[in-house]
Design a protein around this ligand. Structure first.
Ligand code: BES
Ligand code: ZN
Ligand code: ZN
Length: 507
């Protein structure tokens, strides 16, 4: 990860390969930007005049510096009108600028947190939030995964930006800045860990790998980790999770992470993640095209692990339990077949009409296990249905749950972090459609019911308990879209959303 630090310095005498200047959309530069412009003989105001640069969000302009500045190059990045400034805009602008800087082979660059964009904002986001946005945007944007490139290949990789220095305007900002950078680094690290877990192929990131990863993570922080293997799950009667894993040679794992940041007597929030480390569909085999992407079917698990890592590193004063239901879904002589009936830990029986609707099976037992903690609330994150991609594309995850206040707060956190969520209904007709003719439940509805994502949630509700519960279907947001601070591939979606939610949770 890129190293981020700060240095109080005069922008005119600040030495760097490239000085990044966030610029608002205005007729000509003002405040300290005006002073820099004058030192550059009007290079910035000239660009504004020629409309080569107007300060529109994410617009960039790179040019060589002059001898009156110690920076070798200058990079203007637009942040739009100051009255409309948001953390998201700053985060994206910082991401765009740092990617351009990396693409220009710079190794160390600085961002000048000038007064026009950071200090004088009367309304809107606070200084520390904006500064954190700069650090987060750059950190998140510069994600690379080359664990599988051999050394020879690595030599040929493009150069990487290694250092980012934030330059405040006054000494009085330094303490705030130190805090903002430290926070951003913890969050970026957690998102990167989640992305790494998803980037690893199915033959690396097996359920056992996830379990070992969780144990290692727990050792480094104030988290305790326990892993239930096949035998323990058999004892608990987790027939649904075990059923999914039966066709695989990889052992399943139920990974439990406990973080107590406040009195143990306070009921915890539980985060449950779907950890299907590869989803072939099982006997209800998926088509071959893009099946490789199903290594991402453990993105809920990755987000759960990443969130716990961030919670522990930020030392949040809350109690949170993470539960990951990890299994591989394979077709095999031992695999479950359509029509098979499984008995879940809750005692409820499930007719498996489609072995590709396996996420809800592994989650059923994890949700039942969660009840042991008498939770305050339960959130599950799962790449559960292709249907959510039809409904919302990559633009939002679906939230479906039993508690309006919880959903409202998740929506607010979604808007604040741009990890958006959109509510889909959980009507009783959907719950009725989960009833099986010969078992308690069936894992898919009869043809014609439709509403695939709501149906997934309706099934889960039977295991979610009476406390507030929300299901978040991340099949569309976990993978496969890009924006300035999210490279193609795994997004790490969920970590920033949940951290914001947990930090701002109102009772
Ligand atoms: N893992 C898939 C859902 C998925 C689809 C994730 C696309 C990411 C991208 C899930 O296990 C699945 O196969 N769901 C089925 C359910 C159906 C059989 C009721 C689906 O969505 O087709
Ligand atoms: Zn599936
Ligand atoms: Zn799946």
């Amino acid at each position: 990860m890129i190293k981020i630090n700060q240095k109080l310095d005069n922008p005119l005498s600040h030495k760097t390969e490239c000085l990044i200047l966030p610029c608002p959309e205005e007729k000509k530069p003002s405040g300290t930007l005006k002073i820099i412009d004058e030192a550059l003989n009007g290079a910035i105001s000239g660009a504004f005049k020629n409309k080569r640069f107007e300060g529109k969000p994410n617009q960039t302009l790179l040019f060589n510096s002059t001898s009156s500045l110690k920076a070798d190059n200058l990079l203007l990045v637009g942040v739009g009108k100051t009255k409309d400034l948001t953390i998201e805009i700053i985060c994206k602008a910082s991401a765009s600028a740092s990617k351009l800087a990396e693409g220009s082979n710079f190794k160390s660059v600085s961002v000048y947190l000038n007064d026009s964009c950071f200090d004088k904002i009367a309304k809107g986001p606070r200084y520390e939030e904006l500064a954190e946005g700069v650090a987060e945007g750059a950190g998140l944007a510069l994600y690379h995964f080359d664990d599988y490139k051999s050394l020879n290949e690595k030599d040929g990789l493009p150069s990487r930006l290694q250092n980012l220095t934030l330059v405040p305007t006054t000494r009085s900002r330094q303490a705030t800045l130190t805090k903002a950078i430290a926070r951003a680094q913890k969050i970026v690290e957690a998102v990167h860990s989640a992305r790494d877990l998803v980037s690893h192929p199915g033959n690396t990131a097996t359920p056992t790998y996830l379990a070992n990863y969780a144990k290692k993570m727990a050792r480094k922080s104030k988290i305790t980790c326990k892993v239930l293997g096949k035998k323990e799950m058999e004892k608990l009667g987790m027939g649904a999770l075990l059923g999914v894993s039966r066709g695989s040679h990889e052992a399943p794992a139920l990974i439990v992470l406990e973080y107590f940041g406040t009195a143990k007597s306070k009921a915890p929030t539980i985060i449950v993640g779907k950890g299907v480390t590869f989803d072939t569909g099982g006997i209800s085999l998926k088509p071959g095209a893009s099946m490789d992407e199903m290594k991402m079917d453990m993105s809920g698990a990755a987000a759960t692990l990443g969130t716990l890592q961030a919670i522990a590193n930020l030392k949040l004063k809350i109690n949170v339990i993470g539960i990951v239901a990890a299994a591989e879904n394979m077709p095999d002589g031992l695999a479950i077949k359509p029509g098979d009936i499984l008995k879940s830990m809750s005692g409820k029986t499930i007719e498996v009409l489609n072995t590709d609707a396996e996420g809800r099976l592994v989650l059923a037992d994890a949700l039942t296990y969660a009840q042991r903690y008498k939770p305050k609330e339960v959130i599950d994150l799962a790449t559960l249905t292709g249907a959510v991609l039809m409904a919302l594309g990559h633009q939002a995850a679906a939230v479906i749950g039993t508690n309006p206040s919880m959903i409202k707060q998740l929506k607010e956190s979604g808007m604040a972090t741009d990890e958006r969520v959109w509510e889909l209904p959980l009507w009783e007709e959907f719950e009725k459609a989960t009833k099986s003719d010969i078992a308690d439940l069936k894992n898919i509805a009869s043809p014609g019911v439709g509403a695939g994502s709501s149906m997934g949630a309706a099934f889960l509700k039977a295991f979610a308990g009476d406390q507030p519960w929300t299901h978040i279907d991340i099949a569309g947001t976990a993978w496969g879209y890009d924006k300035p601070y999210i490279p193609k591939g795994p997004s790490g979606y969920g970590v920033r959303l949940l951290i914001h939610y947990l930090e701002n949770r109102k009772p």
